[in-house]
Design a protein around this ligand. Structure first.
Ligand code: MTE
Length: 335
């Protein structure tokens, strides 16, 4: 996001790429199995081969099969139409796999997502290293259709599947000193080419944080799926945060650590560019980013030329639910 030496793909570059990705997934589905692609004069890139064969995705899907089968619809869902899956999967920010919007779709398929452990530490009575399935199994999965508003002024409607973070926090039993929750993403450079690149500028792991009352808010979701299936790797499989009233960079992907701390934890984008990305990062059309307006957003998928501009809503349309969290705070200063 917004690192100048390797800019994100332009819309013109993304469109042909997406057609390319679709064509490859068609080839993968129809010619899967023993058919020798090379005999047809086709070649398969290592990334594509990994996507087709990654056994950890099948293993994780199997573990989640019965929770997914009993998934409930949530009253917190928007009635807006979700973006098609192909758009949700091909236009991503996941710098561990590269800085272009198509890079995560291209390179994340080979990520090993099972087994997956989450370390819980700090100010809690029940710290530990938990298998992800053990964290999920006693909770009912919910489908939550939320708007996701990126700080770059694009947005999508996404049908997440997950559990409220508050339900997880309750089982870890935070102490009275736990005022903030921190999150860390996976560091695995051998599977994450963006972590091998010198150009991201990020000091891995990607880190995020919430105030404990934000973390406990009923809208705050830990997602394990979308469109009724496990999460695509490029969307943060197997386990990510979704905070729908904040800019998308708060919604950290592929989480391996949750910590409970007394003081505000450092967060990746805030550390990189503190003048541009705050800790709170609540969606606020009244406060422009220093380099562009936040009054409107491009709702994806757009039309032919990306045209589908809509007005940005305070707190991304969740003001009624969350404004009280910030009573007494100057929202124009807490960007
Ligand atoms: N989490 C990690 N670990 N790495 C990232 O680069 N990008 C963030 C967020 N979570 C990011 C991340 C940003 S800027 C956005 S807008 C959302 O993921 C995008 O989520 P999506 O690709 O599923 O739409």
């Amino acid at each position: 996001m917004l690192i100048k030496h390797k800019p994100a793909l332009s819309e013109a570059q993304v469109t042909p790429k997406s057609i390319y990705v679709d064509r490859r997934s068609f080839i993968r589905q129809t010619l899967a199995g023993t058919l020798a692609l090379s005999g047809l004069g086709l070649s398969v890139s290592p990334a594509l081969a990994a996507q087709a064969e990654n056994p950890s995705r099948s293993a994780w899907r199997q573990k989640l099969a019965s929770p997914l089968a009993t998934m409930q619809k949530s009253p917190y869902s928007t009635t807006e139409t979700p973006a098609p899956l192909k758009d949700i999967q091909r236009y991503n920010n996941f710098y561990e796999f590269g800085t272009g919007k198509g890079d995560p779709g291209e390179h994340a398929g080979g990520l090993t997502i099972d087994p997956w452990r989450v370390v819980v530490e700090g100010e809690v009575e029940k710290p530990g290293s938990y298998m992800l399935e053990d964290l999920i199994k006693s909770h009912l999965l919910e489908e939550r259709i939320y708007r996701l508003r990126c700080v770059e002024a694009w947005s999508m409607v996404i049908p997440w599947v997950g559990i409220p973070l508050s339900a997880l926090i309750a089982r870890f039993k935070p102490t009275s000193r736990a005022r903030y929750v921190l999150f860390e993403s996976l560091v695995r450079p051998e599977e994450m080419p963006g972590q091998r690149s010198l150009f991201s500028g990020i000091d891995w792991p990607y880190q995020e944080g919430l105030r404990i009352d934000e973390a406990m808010h009923p809208l705050t979701l830990m997602a394990v799926g979308l469109y009724g299936d496990i999460l695509p790797n490029q969307n943060g499989a197997p386990f990510r945060l979704v905070v729908p009233w904040k800019y998308g960079f708060k919604s950290i992907k592929s989480i391996v650590k949750i910590g409970f701390v007394e003081t505000m934890p450092p967060t990746t984008w805030n550390q990189l560019q503190p003048g541009e990305y705050g800790f709170y990062a609540n969606v606020n059309p009244a406060v422009d980013h220093p380099r562009w307006s936040q009054k409107t957003e491009r709702r994806l998928p757009g039309g032919l030329f990306g045209a589908n501009r809509i007005e940005t809503m305070p707190f991304n349309g969740y003001a009624e639910e969350v404004t009280s969290l910030y009573a007494g705070m100057d929202l124009s200063a807490n960007y």
